[in-house]
Design a protein around this ligand. Structure first.
Ligand code: LLP
Length: 417
């Protein structure tokens, strides 16, 4: 199916285990992941960069499930974190501070202090004011902080406007002119070491050219900063590599690596990447159950026991995810809209989806939901967030319990309102 989940004798299996077996003993909806596939993807990515000094700072925002992240720690991965809590989680899981980069356009003073105290590889700074605040925070703590400025290089990555970050109108980064002035003024920031330069231009980028262009621009920065006496150690090229959700031609790990490494060949810098989706996306599926099948004004709807509160990508970005049955049926194929239970018209998982004889009680898997799946879930409509499971050694294991109605009600009442 997507090389992690596939059919065997009409049963959708993950790492050899039929998902219908899991669904028979665990209530839906739930996310299920295959850690072995994650490790294999990480190793392929890492191998593609062999020969170039590098580390991969995995974007925790794509998936914060410890049962997955622990494997990446064991593989020697670093972490890209975007909040104080992501930083604390990364440290608790044993990611090495020397391979942690702390990004984010709105880091608070407290978060900056946490990054300085943890001695992370780099704080990725997005404004002059943040730079000044960081300098003051580090000086007060009697420490030095390593920084890279995040550039906004104005590259159109050809992706959805909600996830394009390197274009002029995006809020991210510092424009090149200002960045140049700030690097040139590095002596005004006595507690800061300017060790790198960073640019992440967007997400779900399926063409290599924008990623390669970003790398070329960053290599130019290394050279021009060298000319003014600043020797950078790190070049952080961000993440953003797309996957194949449906028919896209996503780049291979090797093709990606080749196109972004080349500009740094003679520069003696460590290349940092921030992969999220490319690692986690395909290794997760979101399993739901059909509640009702109905026809409204001649249109067929399959209503499932989950909603945009559990999985937001289709509603937020119009994202396409394949939806397939856990058990293949024989019979007449129907074209249906698979919709969620939340009170929003945008709560549609897929329009015009082909399903064979869908009936209440059937289980479906929404594929490629390992990245930006559970992490973007919410309690909207006061709905409990789903469980997360992993398949390991031929068995499934719950690694996060679903919330219960009681949990949610108790939490509402606990505020004393
Ligand atoms: N580094 C930075 C600074 C980022 O902002 C991001 C993602 C990444 C790395 C990882 O990007 P990736 O390799 O996963 O493309 N929720 C959206 C995606 C938002 C991405 C935000 N930043 C979605 O579901 O498509």
């Amino acid at each position: 199916m997507n090389d992690v989940f596939e059919y065997r004798d009409d049963e959708l299996v993950g790492d050899g285990t039929p998902l219908s077996k899991i669904a028979a003993s665990h209530p839906t909806p739930f996310y299920v992941y295959v850690p072995r596939a994650l490790v294999s993807r990480f190793r392929k990515l890492d191998a593609a960069f062999a020969g170039t000094p590098h580390f991969h700072a995995v974007a925790l925002k794509a998936n914060t499930q410890p049962a997955l992240l622990r494997h990446l720690v064991n593989e020697g991965a670093g972490a890209e974190v975007v909040s104080g809590a992501e930083l604390a989680l990364a440290l608790a899981l044993g990611f090495e501070p020397s391979k942690i980069v702390f990004s984010g356009v709105g880091k608070t003073e407290r978060e900056l202090r946490a990054g300085v105290t943890a001695n992370v590889a780099m704080l990725l700074v997005e404004s002059e004011q943040e730079l000044r605040m960081l300098d003051a925070v580090a000086a007060r703590a009697g420490r030095r902080a390593s920084v890279a400025l995040r550039l906004n290089p104005d590259i159109d990555a050809g992706t959805h406007r909600h996830i394009a970050t390197g274009i002029k109108t995006a809020k991210f980064g510092v424009d090149p002119e200002q960045a140049r002035a700030l690097y040139a003024a590095h002596r005004e920031f006595p507690a800061l070491d300017f060790v790198g330069v960073h640019s992440h231009i967007g997400s779900q980028i399926t063409a290599l050219e924008p990623l390669a262009a970003n790398a070329r621009i960053l290599a130019e920065w290394v050279r021009s900063l060298r000319d003014i006496g600043i020797e950078l150690r790190y070049v952080d090229i961000g993440g953003g590599v797309g996957i194949r959700y449906h028919g896209e031609r996503a780049p291979s790990f090797v093709a990606y690596a080749e196109s972004v490494i080349a500009p740094f060949a003679d520069l003696d810098v460590t290349v940092v990447t921030e992969p999220g989706r490319i690692l986690f996306g395909p290794v997760g599926a979101f399993v739901v159950r059909i509640l009702y099948v109905k026809r409204v004004h001649g249109r067929d709807f399959v209503v499932v026991d989950a909603g945009l509160s559990d999985f937001l990508r289709p509603a937020l970005y119009g994202a396409y995810h394949r939806i397939v049955p856990l058990r293949r049926k024989r019979g007449a194929a129907r074209t249906v809209d698979v919709v969620g239970a939340v009170c929003e018209s945008s709560d549609v998982f897929a329009r015009d989806c082909t399903l064979v004889a869908p009936e209440p009680g059937d289980f479906l898997a929404i594929l490629d939901t390992g990245a930006y799946g559970f992490v973007m879930s919410s309690n909207y409509n006061l709905r409990a967030r789903p469980a997360e499971l992993v398949i390991e050694d031929g068995r499934s294991r719950v690694v996060r319990n679903a919330e219960t109605e009681e949990d949610l009600v108790a939490r509402e009442l606990a505020g004393g309102g």
